[in-house]
Write a protein that binds this ligand. Structure first.
Ligand code: YSA
Length: 335
């Protein structure tokens, strides 16, 4: 390239080239590239100034310098374009991963502690031949009470403080207070033999404390067939306790009253030196069998109901049932 003097800016083409290439090399942001473009290639830029100054040169020199300056313009335009493309491709796309950041433990979800306990309980019964079914949480009075041998105005109803859907009339529709209505529903639509296990949410109009919630889960069980005896009830529930609490678990049955069983019992386990009640159970009352259209001289059955949160509390040494429903991750992530 000819060394040419006498242009308007006083710069030779060669000097301009050296300055432009060096400045372009050191431009490392979009703003600096734009500033370079304005400085060298813009309307008032250094290359334009050099071209404008050609008029003051002798005709022969003007031809030579003009050709060199035009070549330089082409070279600088393509160098600039190359740098712009480089800059575009080196910018990380939005949402990309910065692989230079230090590693962090990914957070992951899990099953709620109540769900885990319910699954463990139902699986124990599934393995003993019980089928898992579910039923409605908004229930009719007929199934929650009447068909379970708890007639209207019977004092036994007070045992299950009820949340009515229509609080003024207390009429017909309620939030189920236990999972036992599924006994009546199952028998109404199925013939024996029956072996079902029914997990689900229940609701009671009661104040909360460390062992009581106004909503909680229960797991109900029902077996009906010819020739079922109290020995079947004891054997099944003993096997259940062994599976959930360990092979050396001791259980105790004591008389209890539930209108839908005769005889009725509660089952306790020996836990850290104390007997703790874990469920109600009994032989299905003949009236309940008959309410569902079964011949109570032919069929017998047993039923039981337990609270999975209370069982999880025992096993995991949880002192307050309200932790299960308070959505505190410090509690939930321990399971
Ligand atoms: C009894 C005999 C059968 O043949 C069948 C089922 C039953 C159980 C009966 N339906 C019932 O609801 N009995 S219960 O009122 O004693 O509740 C059973 C279990 O539910 C309790 O042992 C407890 O674990 C849980 N539970 C009851 N009220 C609760 C509660 N859990 C938390 N908060 C409450 N407010």
């Amino acid at each position: 390239m000819p060394k040419t003097e006498g242009t308007q800016t006083g710069e030779t083409v060669e000097e301009l080239k050296l300055a432009a290439v060096a400045a372009l090399d050191s431009a490392d942001s979009n703003d600096q590239l734009e500033a370079w473009r304005v400085d060298f290639m813009g309307r008032k830029g250094r290359l334009t100034g050099l071209l404008r100054g050609l008029g003051s040169l002798e005709i022969d020199e003007r031809k030579v310098v003009g050709a060199a300056a035009n070549r330089l313009r082409g070279e600088l335009e393509s160098l600039f374009e190359e740098r712009v493309n480089q800059s575009k491709s080196s910018q990380a796309p939005v949402g990309s991963i910065d692989i230079t950041l230090p590693g962090r433990k990914p957070s992951h979800g899990g099953l709620h502690p109540s769900t885990q306990m319910i699954r463990e309980i139902t699986q124990a019964f599934n393995e003993m031949g019980f089928q898992t079914i579910e039923g409605p949480e908004v229930e009719l009075e007929k199934y929650n009470f009447d068909m379970l041998n708890i007639p209207a105005d019977h004092p036994a109803r007070d045992q299950w403080d009820t949340i009515w859907v229509d609080d003024d009339t207390h009429n017909d529709v309620l939030l189920r207070t236990h999972t036992s209505p599924m006994q009546a529903r199952t028998m109404e639509t199925n013939d024996p033999p029956i072996r079902v296990i029914v997990p689900g949410k229940c609701y009671r109009y009661e104040s909360t404390d460390a062992t009581h919630e106004w909503h909680f889960n229960q797991v109900e069980g029902l077996a009906v067939d010819e020739g079922i005896t109290f020995a079947d009830l004891k054997g099944t529930l003993y096997e259940f306790a062994r599976r959930i609490f360990g092979p050396s678990m001791k259980v105790r049955f004591r008389c209890d009253f539930f209108p839908f069983v005769e005889p009725g019992v509660d089952m306790s386990i020996e836990w850290q030196g104390n007997w703790l009640e874990i469920m109600g159970a009994g032989m299905v009352h003949p009236k309940v069998l008959e309410n569902a259209g079964y011949d109570s001289t032919k069929y017998t059955g047993f039923a039981f109901g337990m609270g999975p949160e209370r069982i999880s509390m025992l096993r995991n040494e949880i002192t307050d049932i309200r932790h299960f429903f308070s959505n505190d991750l410090r509690f939930l992530t321990q399971f």
